[in-house]
Design a protein around this ligand. Structure first.
Ligand code: ATP
Length: 324
């Protein structure tokens, strides 16, 4: 290969810029040309492609979001759309693609790679940490710290007023953010989709903690949790059944996706970008770069999109012990 395209696709996450920078700099190191594709697959279809040199990516490692912008593309889901995208890459003499994104972006990349026999490597960028084959995705660590700091602040107001707070954090169908911020912020209860606690047990546990003399309580709820229809109905139910509590809800929302990436995410992004280029130089394709037990690994994209990233039993056990 001589020329690599890099792009960000799907939802953005902190650390994407650090990954772009790493891909571009690794290309320069290995004397490959590099281009950036704006707005994900849609920009690829529209040939929104610019050359990128090592100097073009200075001072972006600390920035949240993605300088290449991200987008969702309906057209890329069609064979006609993907053909246009392929022609754009050929027109720019690109012969390999690095996609930074989530499992939807990987599915698109895999289909594209198979249809046009085009080398594609994925870098997992999502705050949800829901991708199989890697212990951590880019942006997850930053999102954990952002959410945890806010939960600490909510705790201050909760304890001043003897309130019970339900705090909803992001994560879609997975409970990684909730479980880890919950442990980190010392939440009384953590509700995640992987383990349905049930309303009765939740009430019992909150009542027990009230009787034990706790002045405030904090329950961290994953957005995909199914204990209640949603966090507001859950809070209503608890307030009706435990009238001693003054209940409040806080939904943290998109602030969890923004901000300057943590050092962990910057270093991980730098490692992943180098690994992506080294895999391409080793003639590999259809792989996702992952980190397992602190080693960089290559995982088949097919497995990365098919399997689920499971929460470890050990961390669930810690959370149980902490909420005694
Ligand atoms: P996020 O973590 O935010 O969901 P993602 O990468 O999973 O990130 P998606 O919106 O699911 O985000 O996918 C991004 C883009 O990938 C889609 O807009 C589409 O262009 C492409 N894509 C997803 N699935 C397919 C598919 N089955 N075939 C072709 N392209 C796809």
């Amino acid at each position: 290969i001589r020329k690599v395209a890099v792009m960000t696709s799907g939802g953005d996450s902190p650390g994407m810029n650090a990954a772009i920078r790493s891909v571009v700099r690794s290309c320069a190191y290995y004397k490959l040309e590099c281009v950036g594709v704006y707005r994900g697959y849609q920009g690829m279809i529209e040939s929104d492609i610019v050359p990128m040199s090592a100097r073009d990516v200075h001072h972006i490692i600390q920035k949240g979001g993605t300088v290449l912008k991200s987008a969702r593309s309906k057209e890329f889901r069609t064979i006609e759309g993907r053909k246009k995208a392929y022609e754009s890459l050929k027109e720019h003499k690109v012969d390999a693609l690095v996609v930074i994104g989530g499992d939807g972006s990987f599915t698109g990349g895999m289909i594209f790679s198979q249809e046009f026999n085009f080398p594609v490597i994925g870098i997992p960028g999502t705050i949800d940490n829901d991708i199989f084959g890697t212990d951590y995705t880019l942006g997850y660590d930053t999102a954990l710290n952002t959410a945890m700091e806010v939960i600490d602040k909510i705790r201050d107001t909760a304890s001043s007023h003897n309130r019970l707070f339900f705090v909803e954090v992001m994560g879609r169908d997975s409970g990684f953010i909730a479980l880890n911020t919950g442990i980190g912020a010392g939440a009384e209860e953590i509700l995640i989709p992987e383990e349905n606690m049930g309303l009765e047990r939740l009430l019992e546990s909150l009542e027990k903690s009230r009787r034990s003399g706790k002045s405030s309580s904090l329950v961290v709820v994953a957005e995909g949790d199914k204990t209640g229809a949603n966090v507001f109905e859950l809070a209503d139910y608890v307030e009706k059944n435990l009238p001693q509590y003054d209940v409040r809800v806080s939904v943290l929302g998109h602030m969890q996706r923004g901000g300057s990436p943590s050092c962990f995410d910057r270093v991980l992004a730098s490692r992943m970008g180098v690994k992506a280029i080294e895999l391409l130089l080793d003639s590999q394709s259809n792989k996702m770069v992952g980190v397992q037990n602190n080693e960089m690994v290559a995982v088949d994209l097919e497995n990365a999109v098919k399997e689920h990233h499971k929460i470890s039993k050990e961390i669930l056990r810690i959370s149980d012990i902490m909420s005694v």
